[in-house]
Design a protein around this ligand. Structure first.
Ligand code: UD1
Length: 340
């Protein structure tokens, strides 16, 4: 089992929940995060939940070779989990160069530093968005890929780069995990999603409406070819995603080269399903208005999660109600997120 794990973006939403899981499993955790969309407070709370602190928190940009060298020379890293990236679909349509620079440039800088320092185990944070506008669901790992926005294209490009590097550097073991829509929060209410500015993703937006910070939800289109016309996604609890990473590390040495796995539940929920589930969990009304489609959005993305279940005996265990209850619990206890 890899002992010391570097987690890039470890203070972020999925990163912080993963740090809790890793500490609970006995790993030592080193974090590299530039806090561009995260708070150092999240790492204090990770320590509170886990009952012990991470080994070190480095503040730096994953594209910066000096930051990377500092991390790899001051710790004997056994494996890396790479979350640090930008992830807003709409923003990526406006700022494609920034997305390529940070997401692809960050990944190539990281793997090149890893190689130079003799570290060859990597879990890469990929996305179901690589499947694009899917014609058939559920999606298996063999389904065709066709990204519809720059964010998705950067994740797809990173997968291609990593697969090719694995062919040329056979000592690498890479697991690319294609998450569907991670949401929810830690059941303690100490960790959750705390985006800067107006949330892009639906769950933090719903939470901020329920807590009184925003007036209503814009439903981005009700003319999709789905049962109620709104977009269907496979929402997965962030603690399930975090557990998936812990299990991934247990299995990283099973096979050489690059492997790709879906992390989803196999259950689709529409925007209106989610609104109803959130109203029930929070006991608060969620006013909404249907507006136009959001550029880059697709109708339906639902995982076929059977490959990972067969390989690792891992599956998502928490349902949509738990995701809404935990997201609401975090928001109610932390109306302004990690800000004091
Ligand atoms: C996108 C990516 C996903 C990635 C995630 C990270 C795609 C297709 N998916 O998720 O891979 O992990 O970003 O952030 O690129 N919606 C509203 N009103 C809102 C916000 C969202 O109606 O204010 C709708 C969207 O149209 C969509 C659903 O809610 O149908 C989920 O949207 P969101 O939470 O932003 O996630 P994705 O765009 O699916």
């Amino acid at each position: 089992m890899p002992q010391t794990v570097l987690v890039t973006g470890g203070a972020g939403f999925i990163g912080s929940h993963t740090c809790v899981e890793l500490l609970g499993r006995g790993h030592d955790v080193v974090v590299l995060d530039d806090h561009s969309n995260s708070s150092p407070e999240a790492l204090e709370r990770v320590a509170k939940i886990a009952g012990r602190p991470i080994a070190a928190a480095h503040v730096g940009d994953v594209r910066d070779r000096r930051s990377l060298d500092a991390v790899f020379t001051s710790h004997r890293i056994d494996a890396v989990i790479h979350f640090a990236a930008k992830k807003a679909v709409g923003e990526s349509v406006r700022l494609p160069f920034t997305y390529y620079d940070i997401n692809v440039g960050g990944t190539t800088a990281l793997v090149s530093a890893m190689h130079d320092h003799g570290v060859h185990r990597l879990v890469f944070s990929s996305s179901c968005s690589v499947y694009g506008d899917a014609t058939t669901v559920p999606l298996t790992e063999e389904s065709p890929t066709a990204p519809t926005n720059p964010y998705a294209a950067t994740k797809w490009t990173c997968e291609r780069v990593l697969a090719d590097l694995c062919r040329h550097a056979p000592e690498f073991r890479v697991l690319a995990l294609r998450y569907f829509n991670p949401t929810g929060a830690h059941p303690t209410g100490l960790l959750g999603e705390d985006p800067r500015g107006v949330p892009n993703n639906i769950m933090p937006f719903l939470s901020q409406i329920a807590v009184g910070r925003r007036d209503e939800l814009s439903v981005f289109g009700d003319d999709y070819p789905t049962p109620d016309g709104t977009g269907v996604r496979d929402y997965i609890h962030v603690v399930d995603v975090a557990e998936g990473h812990r299990v991934a590390l247990d299995h990283i040495d099973d096979e050489p080269g690059m492997r790709v796995l879906n992390l989803g539940t196999g259950q689709g929920a529409s925007v209106l399903d989610l609104v109803r589930a959130f109203e029930e969990a929070s006991g608060r009304p969620i006013p909404y208005r249907v507006t136009g489609r959001r550029p880059g959005d697709v109708a339906e993305l639902v995982a076929d999660p059977s490959k990972v279940a067969a390989l690792w005996d891992w599956r998502a265990r928490r349902d949509l109600g738990a995701m809404c209850r935990d997201a609401w619990n975090f928001q109610e206890r932390n109306p302004y997120g990690y800000a004091p």
